[in-house]
Design a protein. Structure first.
Length: 261
């Protein structure tokens, strides 16, 4: 099915008032250790489900805050994280985003990452580049690890990964420029696509965290794999390593390997 990006972007921008409503983001439930959901997550997801269903009735809907067991990936699927960076939202850190990907013919074909506070809406179509406000995006030209600004994902829902995570980060930190941690995988991926960071890695992500950002980075000329060097599909939980192609190669060769357990 042909899906017009401008129509999707108009729907997405309608979530801004919900993100900025501090009363709703204060209504919090804990799903698991350090894993929270707020009324904003639920309201944004229901708004997006309803508007996308109206506009594109034949496309299935996968969302972080719903049961997705009936999804058939042989068909077309929206993949939504209504609030990526929920912990940031609870703290009014203003580092949360809406992340939406479209799955068609066995691959991610469209990507949208929206940051309501800046109004930035990063988007991409497979084979047609990644874009922000009419400007085509490109990953940075950084090739050397010593020059690299690297986003690191701490996987706060997997505290048992801490020992392996920080051993890996310590080794990278010794040889890279510096680290940054935003706390929204989708924003970190969008920033790599925009050349604002040179690489980003995280040991454990859900498909809705990264499916859109993965296409942004690839369409901006970057590379995206898991910790074993395998390209990601976008529909399964996975580790993620992305960045300029030289940096992904360097990190994969000498610093990043699949975690145990
Ligand atoms: C979050 C990611 C973040 C990761 C967290 C969590 P959520 O997504 O964006 O990078 O470190 O564990 O997965 O749960 O806020 O949508």
């Amino acid at each position: 099915m042909m899906v017009d990006s401008s129509g999707v972007m108009e729907i997405i921008e309608g979530v801004k008032p919900m993100f900025l409503d501090r009363r709703q983001s204060a209504d919090v439930r804990e799903k698991g250790r350090a894993d929270f959901v707020t009324q904003v997550d639920l309201r944004v997801q229901e708004y997006m489900r309803r508007r996308l269903k109206l506009a594109y009735p034949r496309i299935q809907f996968m969302g972080e805050e719903k049961d997705n067991s009936a999804i058939d990936f042989d068909g077309e699927v929206w993949i939504l994280d209504p609030v990526d960076g929920t912990t940031n939202l609870i703290h009014d850190f203003r580092g949360s985003s809406l992340s939406l990907a479209l799955w068609q013919d066995g691959k991610v074909t469209q990507a949208y990452v929206y940051h309501p506070w800046s109004g930035e809406l990063f988007h991409a179509r497979l084979g047609e580049g990644a874009w922000l406000s009419g400007r085509r995006l490109s990953v940075s030209g950084t090739e050397e690890l010593e020059d690299a600004l690297i986003g690191f994902g701490s996987s706060p829902y997997k505290k048992d990964y801490a020992k392996q995570n920080f051993a890996m980060f310590e080794k990278i930190f010794a040889d890279c420029g510096d680290f940054r941690r935003i706390g929204s995988a989708a924003i970190e991926l969008a920033f790599v696509a925009a050349g604002r960071m040179d690489a980003y890695l995280e040991a454990s992500l859900q498909p809705w965290d990264y499916a859109a950002g993965m296409l942004l980075v690839r369409e901006a000329g970057g590379e995206v794999t898991d910790f074993s060097g395998t390209p990601l599909s976008g529909i399964t939980p996975s580790s993620l390593l992305c960045g300029t192609k030289p940096l992904v190669h360097t990190l994969a060769e000498g610093y990043v390997k699949p975690f145990e357990g």
